[in-house]
Design a binder for this molecule. Structure first.
Ligand code: ADP
Length: 488
């Protein structure tokens, strides 16, 4: 075996990571850099796209890239960047997926909900890229000016970094990222003219949509110091799904990061009123779809306990504190800290801690927070199961920071009443796109990739756990209260 390597760039919400693999997917080296989050107004979240690019250059400079034979890109989805193709510079702050600034625009378009859902599989929500792009076109004078001069390009983070890595030669994206823009037809896998008109977005500023395993272009040696094909692009959740579940139905994967992303692969698309239907990937001229529940507040609830309440000094300490009590003692948290995502899609909802008594302690609330994370995931899985009883559901495969918490994972198995498999590999997102790209370039075959993914542990539901359905019912009643409050 020669020493060719595979490079995955994982462009996340809070940091960029580069992971270098050998051809058996053993990690050879990694580098990582965090970048700033900007919150200029309540509900607004921005990134500096130039800072993101410079951090990519920085993490690449820390690795030996001389043997790289293929590059894969995986990225935070929906976030959009607008740049000038002549200067190569961003024209405005990147509007991040969490940003709610276009909520009012969505309200104005409410009558089109059903058409948007039928075409794209997505609910009309500021989470997706379309209204973020419309917002920029309507509100940024410099964007309008550059558009009028024919120099405007707009795309998600994968497109921005692809364009930079190829020295401005390629403006493209893959189907999994494009399926999150709310501009692409799910069956055509192309931008939909009616949607482009509705959102007032000219087609020519958008990236070309390609298969996830297309050869997107070559890295520019003068810019990054090595030349290799960019052989795969996948949105972050789709990349983790590719690692965890591959191309077979029956398992659901959840990533426990800042948010919680519950995704199950589908051979054929199913459109749901409360979940997202998305493209998983297109490779080997074969499409896979996925059903996804995006939950906005997951690990960020633990960060809130740490940073705002100061009851714990690290995320890990949440487990120790929660383990000092045997239950939440009736405390229920509805973590609508940033509105409610799946399956409620209510951007007006705000969070609540209910059932507090004089005896409630920080330990009870911390335990309730872990339960709330597990319950939100179980609530989404319940919708999947009830809506499509014909879909097999063997268990859940989990990854992300929150999976280090054994109590959380056990609660998860209990609430799901299904086994939960914890992966051995740390970086399943990076690994997913490394695998897809390396297979596409003929470097390895599917079997080598599949064999590289192993599970360290299976948590089984405890049959004698407290009445799962009672707690789920309590949680749903609490959600109803919170939503009624938000409506006033
Ligand atoms: P992201 O890619 O979204 O930044 P990560 O996969 O790095 O997310 O996970 C970080 C998140 O996981 C943080 O929100 C953190 O609060 C949470 N987290 C990390 N470790 C634990 C733990 N032991 N228990 C509970 N939550 C945790």
């Amino acid at each position: 075996m020669n020493d060719k390597t595979i490079l995955a760039l994982d462009l996340g919400t809070t940091s960029n990571r580069a992971v270098l693999y050998d051809r058996l997917f053993k990690v050879l080296a990694t580098s990582q850099q965090e970048f700033a989050q900007y919150f200029p107004h309540p509900g607004w979240v921005e990134h500096d796209a130039q800072e993101i690019w410079e951090s990519v250059l920085q993490i690449l400079s820390e690795l030996d890239l001389s043997q790289v034979s293929v590059v894969g890109i995986t990225n935070q989805r929906e976030t959009i960047v607008a740049w000038d193709k002549r200067t190569g510079l961003p024209l405005a702050p990147a509007i991040v997926w969490q940003c709610r600034r276009s909520a009012q625009m969505c309200d104005v378009l409410r009558g089109h909900d059903a058409m948007i859902k039928a075409k794209t599989g997505l609910p009309l929500d500021p989470y997706f890229s379309a209204t973020k792009i419309s917002w920029l076109l309507q509100n940024s004078l410099v964007v309008q000016q550059v558009l009028s001069e024919g120099r405007l390009l707009v795309g998600t983070i994968d497109s921005w970094i692809l364009w930079k890595l190829t020295g401005g030669r390629v403006h493209a994206t893959d189907v999994s990222n494009a399926s999150r823009t709310m501009l692409m037809g799910l069956s055509e896998l192309d931008y939909d003219d009616a949607l482009l008109r509705l959102f007032g977005i000219p087609r020519e500023i958008l990236p070309e949509i390609k298969s996830s395993d297309a050869c997107f272009g070559m890295t520019d040696r003068a810019i990054v110091g090595f030349e290799a094909p960019i052989g795969g692009i996948l949105g972050d959740q789709q990349a983790a799904l590719f690692s965890q579940c591959g191309e077979s139905e029956g398992w659901v994967k959840t990533t426990y990061g800042t948010g919680l992303f519950v995704v199950t692969p589908l051979a054929d698309p199913i459109v749901s009123s409360s979940l997202i239907t998305t493209v998983a990937w297109e490779r080997n001229n074969n499409r896979w779809y996925a059903l996804e529940g995006s939950i906005f507040t997951g690990g960020s609830l633990i960060q809130w306990l740490r940073d705002q309440c100061k009851w714990i000094d690290s995320a890990e300490a949440s487990e120790t504190l929660a383990n000092t009590v045997s239950s939440s003692d009736g405390v229920v948290i509805v973590p609508a800290w940033a509105g409610l995502g799946a399956p409620y899609w209510d951007s007006q909802a705000r969070g609540a801690i209910l059932g507090v008594t004089r005896g409630t302690s920080s330990a009870h609330i911390t335990r309730a927070a872990l339960e709330a994370i597990a319950i939100q995931v179980a609530d989404v899985v319940d919708v999947i199961k009830r809506s499509w009883p014909q879909l097999p559901m063997f268990g859940m495969r989990v990854d992300g920071g929150g999976t280090h918490n054994t109590l959380l994972m056990q609660l998860q198995a209990n609430y799901l009443d299904m086994p939960v498999d914890r992966a051995m590999n740390g970086e399943l997102t990076a690994l997913g796109v490394a695998g897809l790209s390396a297979i596409a370039q003929g470097l390895v075959d599917d079997t080598v990739f599949r064999e590289s993914i192993t599970y360290k542990e299976r948590l089984m539901p405890e049959r004698d756990h407290f009445e799962k359905n009672v707690v789920l019912d309590q949680y749903r009643r609490a959600v109803a209260l919170v939503r009624a409050f938000g409506d006033q």
